[in-house]
Design a protein around this ligand. Structure first.
Ligand code: UD1
Length: 379
């Protein structure tokens, strides 16, 4: 894979009068925005505003991340909260519009693929405010996932598209995006991981066994289908017994709610450790110390690949194919039998050895800051 050469960091660092407004809303946005805010703070004359939509609002889904990631407190919290997709998106659109109407910022940066990302992009495009999308171009090809719709719409409406890997560029080109708007900068989530990994070990939750499998599940396709969720949990308990490993399972609020409607299978011994949602540093430590990770999260596929920890993704598709091709990710689908087969291969010594993924190097946000400021100077 070729490393972009168009970023010449020796270019001008003259002060510029630019106002950048960042929009975050849900847990996975925070670790992506933090390094970009920090990188842009190094540019004289760049004013930054941080807007939290309030899509995630529990302290352990939001506040603790700001603290641990050393992020400034949001300048404004729109307080939208939960709701159906239509209601949540409409609330964000309604409450965000007056924030950017007068005066208009020079650029709005949006992150990832959550409802807040798409809603902010729609508002800006109607007001002719330029939008930059961080983590552009990812595609699962599965339009039954709300995130895929958010990705497609946000990318179509963006003026600057920052991709983490070559598949992102290819997807955007196939969809007719002007190549001049596409900037392959690498993975900002890995910037945060690289910075905070040295601090994380001290945050490993206490009282856990030395060998465990870490589980995270929150996608509607896994947790809203109760018969499937029940058979998956039974499968995990059996797998734990076979491998003589406990299961450590931090619960997303949606998952906790669904589990309360289930007769949980009997887990002999103390096999399952059901935890609250974990702060960033604790979850990073949990990933690093895990024997293996079973997930349906996008970010976890990336983080385990970087850490070299085997990852088994309980989804039929992934918008992050580079983690399968070069990282430690195995795409399992909704199939407990396949999970057991693939996990047992690791036990037989067939562990995937991750290759370094180009530009997942801790410097993606610096590249974004450079592109953004040069784009503004040239406008
Ligand atoms: C959202 C994102 C998803 C991302 C996930 C990370 C969309 C469409 N989905 O999904 O891509 O992987 O965040 O967590 O934007 N809840 C709380 N407290 C909170 C937030 C949510 O209790 O602070 C509960 C509510 O019951 C809510 C449910 O969780 O209805 C789902 O929250 P929501 O923001 O709608 O979507 P997520 O499933 O978190």
């Amino acid at each position: 894979m070729e490393i972009p050469t168009k970023y010449n960091f020796s270019l001008s660092r003259q002060p510029i009068a630019m106002h950048i407004l960042h929009v975050v809303g849900a847990r996975p946005n925070f670790m992506k925005a933090a390094p970009v805010l920090a990188a842009l703070a190094g540019y004289k004359g760049v004013r930054q505003t941080l807007i939290h939509t309030g899509q995630h609002y529990d302290a352990n889904m939001s506040d603790i991340f700001f603290e641990q990631l050393d992020m400034p407190a949001p300048d404004l919290d729109l307080g939208v909260g939960s709701g159906s997709h239509a209601r949540q998106t409409a609330e964000i659109i309604t409450r965000f519009e007056p924030v950017v109407t007068d005066p208009k910022p020079s650029l709005v940066l949006v992150y990832g693929d959550v409802n807040s990302t798409m809603a902010a992009a729609i508002v800006c495009s109607k007001l002719l405010i330029p939008v930059g999308h961080v983590e552009a171009g990812l595609r699962s090809g599965d339009r039954s996932m709300p995130e895929e719709i958010n990705r497609l719409i946000t990318d179509q409406l963006s003026d600057l598209l920052f991709t983490p890997s070559p598949d992102g560029d290819e997807n955007l080109l196939r969809e007719g995006i002007d190549p001049g708007k596409i900037h392959r900068v690498g993975n900002v989530m890995i910037d945060t991981l690289v910075r905070l990994l040295p601090r994380s070990a001290a945050h490993l939750p206490v009282g856990l066994p030395e060998r465990y499998m870490l589980v995270t599940l929150h996608r509607p396709s896994n947790v809203d289908d109760l018969p499937w969720l029940s058979s998956l949990l039974t499968g995990l308990a059996e797998l734990g017994r076979e491998l003589a490993m406990d299961v450590v399972f931090p619960l997303h609020p949606r998952t906790r709610q669904r589990l309360s409607g289930l007769d949980l299978p009997a887990f002999p011994g103390n096999d399952f450790h059901l935890l609250d949602p974990q702060p960033y540093l604790s979850f990073l430590a949990l990933q690093q110390a895990a024997a293996l990770v079973i997930t349906d999260s996008g970010g976890v596929q990336e983080e385990t690949s970087y850490l070299g920890v085997p990852c088994f993704t309980m989804r039929e598709n992934t918008e992050r194919p580079v983690t399968v091709a070069m990282g430690t990710n195995h795409l399992i689908g909704r199939d407990v039998g396949r999970l057991r087969t693939e996990v047992s291969r690791i036990g037989d010594g067939e562990k995937k050895l991750p290759l370094p993924i180009p530009l997942w190097d801790g410097h993606a946000a610096e590249r974004i800051a450079h592109v953004v400021t040069e784009w503004f100077r040239e406008k």
